[in-house]
Design a protein around this ligand. Structure first.
Ligand code: NDP
Length: 498
């Protein structure tokens, strides 16, 4: 490792982490070793926790919730901890970005930008903690007054995926904490390091013991046990639609815990002939290549007006060929490694299916050999029909499918022709088209002449099979609360028994 800057090369030996329960670091017997997908060398070792470890974590979170050590603080008190956490994250930004890039394979410059977004999440969460409030009804007559209280839902289980291990965590944790809940987090086994580092940050910020607990291990064992746990009041799950469905069954078969689900997407990017085609091409290249397309809001279906389709695809190919695919720790890299071997195989398989199904490959179309690690070139298919697998399935890789339309109605119909409804964008200089399409396409996040823009003030979540509920901002905090109606009689009761 470079002695002057430890964050420029992979570590010489894997770093070992414990897991975090009730404010204490604990050791375990069996470990999982993670190799960097960009380098192929071991970088971290995390504990394969047992279900007993999980039960201890849920018990700690339950005790911390019931004795009100966190929910009993004022909003200002909780907000103060979140603001201190933001400051500590600012100080540790490069270090956290380094472990994120190593375990996930994302470019270090992108990882640093994501940490900045995470800092903003904590700041917005701090404000939300202070602003969270209920409602009152002064309309029930002179004898009765109504109050609606917002109360924290209780113990939250949080299962996060490997594509944005820290960002997805931070789009939830500050808002869960703002509400007054306590939690047990289960990160993906392949990307657990930064979730564990957040325990250090929150402890230094003054979060009481037992409020934030982290259990590591496989989804099949620990994730499943968390989703089935009868003492967890709510589960927030982000990942595949298949596991999301299993969480619904687990909730129904255990205690009807409330669910927040952010699942897959097959997100349309609609380009009209009257758009700024250069801007739209840049947006399309970014939208499919960012995070190697391993992004639930990737714009993976290009729906372009037929009259400019050939011109637009040419522009897009020029842009995509210039994207710098490279070592995640190189500051100039724009597209890093594919996070897991399984995902790498899935993406290559879809590319092969696209070719076999008769789509026309315009650029990319295979692995990039950098001598170590697993990389795939940003790929564009044209001549794609809506029934092809590459047009219907979430590939979760840098593979864009181009389809053509003639009218606004066609564009809307194509955009909505999916079981998903996570995100969408439209590119046009015509305000009528922009507003019509924004209102008619069924998606939880929508962008006009931009893509993947936003901040933690704005809610995130999906329509249709992309999920339930919303995360982030005041909407996100409210998800982790439940409302109670309080009815107050004023004055002497009118007696039922005369
Ligand atoms: P999963 O849904 O398996 O993984 C997401 C999270 O769920 C991980 O923490 C995983 O743990 C955990 N998990 C796995 N099995 C269970 C279970 N039975 N009960 C509870 N939790 C569980 O996604 P994959 O890694 O298999 O990826 C497959 C596909 O899912 C991708 O190709 C992509 O299409 C989609 N996906 C979508 C994401 C999104 O942001 N919407 C994120 C990730 C994947 P562990 O990893 O330790 O097994």
């Amino acid at each position: 490792m470079d002695q002057n800057n430890p964050f420029l090369s992979p570590p010489t030996a894997a770093r070992t982490f414990g897991f975090f329960v009730d404010g204490q670091w604990r050791e375990g017997g069996e470990h999982f070793e993670r190799a960097s997908p960009g380098h192929g060398t071991p970088v971290t070792r995390t504990v394969r926790c047992s279900v007993d470890d999980l039960n201890a974590a849920v018990c700690a979170a339950r005790n911390a919730f019931e004795d009100r050590r966190w929910s009993g603080l004022s909003g200002a008190g909780r907000g103060g901890v979140l603001l201190r956490a933001a400051e500590i994250l600012r100080r540790r930004r490069d270090e956290i970005a380094y472990w994120e890039a190593l375990e996930n394979g994302k470019p270090i410059a992108q990882a640093r930008g994501e940490i900045d977004h995470c800092i903003a999440c904590f700041e917005v969460g701090a404000g939300a903690a202070r602003m969270l409030h209920g409602d009152s009804f002064n309309s029930l007559g002179d004898d009765l007054f109504g109050m609606v209280l917002r109360e924290p839902i209780g113990v939250v289980g949080l299962i996060t995926p490997w594509n944005f291990p820290f960002l997805i965590l931070c789009e939830r944790v500050p808002f869960i904490l703002a509400s007054g809940c306590t939690m047990v987090v289960k990160p993906s086994e392949v990307t657990s390091a930064t979730t564990l580092l957040l325990a250090e940050v929150l402890t230094e910020a003054g979060l009481p013991a037992g409020v934030y607990n982290v259990i590591t291990g496989s989804g099949r064992v620990i994730g499943q046990a968390l989703s089935e746990h009868p003492d967890v009041d709510m589960l927030s799950f982000t990942g595949s639609t298949a596991v999301g469905r299993s969480c619904v069954h687990a909730a129904a078969d255990s205690n009807f815990k409330k669910l927040g689900l952010e699942l897959g997407g097959k997100n349309p990017i609609i380009v009209f002939a009257d758009s700024d085609l250069e801007d739209a091409a840049d947006g399309a290249a970014f939208g499919i290549s960012f995070n190697t397309g391993q992004c639930c809001v990737s714009s993976s279906r290009l729906i372009v007006e037929r009259s400019v389709a050939a011109e637009f695809e040419k522009l897009l190919v020029e842009k995509m060929k210039k994207i710098r695919v490279g070592d995640p720790l190189d500051g100039a890299t724009q597209v890093g490694a594919i996070t897991t071997e399984a995902q790498n195989a899935t993406i290559l398989d879809y590319i092969a299916r696209g070719k076999a199904d008769g789509a026309t490959l315009l650029t990319g179309g295979g692995a990039v050999d950098l001598g170590r690690g697993q990389y795939i070139a940003p790929t564009l298919f044209s001549g794609v029909s809506r029934d092809m697998a590459i047009a219907r399935d979430e590939i979760f890789g840098p593979v864009l499918c181009s389809m053509h339309f003639d009218t606004v109605e066609d564009a809307i119909q194509l955009a909505n022709d999916t079981v998903y409804g996570l995100a969408a964008s439209v590119w046009t200089k015509n305000i009528d088209k922009a507003l019509t399409v924004s209102r008619r396409v069924r998606a939880g996040r929508f962008w006009v002449n931009t893509i993947m823009a936003g901040g933690p003030e704005m809610p995130l979540g999906g329509f249709k099979q992309s999920g339930w509920g919303r995360e982030a901002g005041i909407y996100g905090v409210e998800e982790y609360t439940q409302v109670k109606s309080v009815h107050v009689e004023i004055g002497k009761r009118t007696h039922w028994i005369a």
